[in-house]
Design a protein around this ligand. Structure first.
Ligand SMILES: [Fe+2]
Ligand SMILES: [Fe+2]
Length: 283
């Protein structure tokens, strides 16, 4: 598959269309929750952040789609904008249904929507890697009805579809932008990869590094006791592999975060005891 070719475009856009599922948030199988489950959800710290991220994404990607000259690529971008806006509606519905707390949010469309989408896309590659693992740990540990996880399982799979689409869209776009763009194809990717490396290193090697913690562990800390970097990284890797397994092997898929996570995992399993905790506990 030649990246940037018509066949590449047909494949990454076609794959994205195929993965789309029609549904509306109100129609989903929202379970009744008992008081302990409600208290647990109300205690989770990320509803405002999650809502803001999803509310921002839809209009920004719509603006990006409006600038896209190719009809097929434009339709794919519009579809992602629709799915992100639907994620926002899912979270809003959940906040209202279960009386969760979220602050008022304000949405602004960035001046350069394409640049914003590129930043968003790389960020989404990294965040999804963490979110896949967190979701798996939450599903295993939280006393919340499985029906709720089924709803968000679909959301997670849509995010997997978004990151595969994004990486291929980015590579397709760069390949078709002439020599200069091709020569500088990866500065954004590189910046993103360096940030990913820093965050993963923080997570793996420094217990209290904010960057590492905010990446994955602080979220998981909210609901899993005795969480260790090894447990989190292992969950992220397993889920990343599973969620991306269904995509055509000719497409580009996120590789940097999983590679870094494997390196980090390899190192922490060989480290001597730290703070009185042995390896068995830290895995
Ligand atoms: Fe989303
Ligand atoms: Fe997304």
């Amino acid at each position: 598959m030649k990246i940037g070719s018509e066949a590449h475009k047909q494949l990454f856009c076609g794959t994205f269309f195929d993965h789309h599922r029609p549904y509306e948030p109100e129609q989903l199988g929202w379970p009744a929750l008992d008081e302990p489950a409600l208290a647990l959800l109300r205690g989770l710290p990320f509803w405002t952040h999650a809502l803001q991220a999803e509310e921002d994404a839809g209009p920004m990607i719509s603006a990006c789609a409006a600038l896209e000259p190719d009809p097929m690529v434009r339709r794919a971008l519009e579809l992602q904008a629709f799915e992100e806006a639907r994620h926002a509606r899912i979270i809003r519905h959940m906040i209202e249904r279960y009386a969760l707390h979220a602050d008022e949010i304000h949405v602004e469309v960035p001046d350069d929507a394409v640049e914003a989408f590129i930043d968003f896309g790389f960020e989404e590659c990294l965040d999804s890697f963490g979110a896949f693992g967190l979701f798996k740990l939450a599903r295993e540990h939280l006393l919340v009805p499985e029906a709720l996880f089924e709803i968000f399982d679909q959301v997670m799979q849509e995010e997997a579809s978004h990151i595969v689409f994004f990486l291929n869209w980015f590579a397709y776009r760069q390949a078709n932008r002439g020599l200069l763009a091709r020569a500088f194809r990866h500065p954004k990717a590189l910046r993103h990869y360096l940030r990913a490396a820093r965050k993963l290193a923080g997570l793996a090697f420094s217990k209290d590094t904010d960057e590492g913690k905010d990446f994955i562990v602080s979220g998981a800390d909210a609901f899993v006791d005795n969480l260790t970097p090894g447990v989190v990284l292992t969950a992220c890797l397993e889920e990343n592999t599973r969620r991306l397994a269904g995509f055509d092997g000719r497409l580009l898929a996120p590789r940097f975060a999983p590679r870094m996570a494997r390196v980090a995992l390899g190192i922490i399993t060989r480290l001597p005891r730290r703070n009185g905790h042995g390896l068995a506990e830290r895995r």
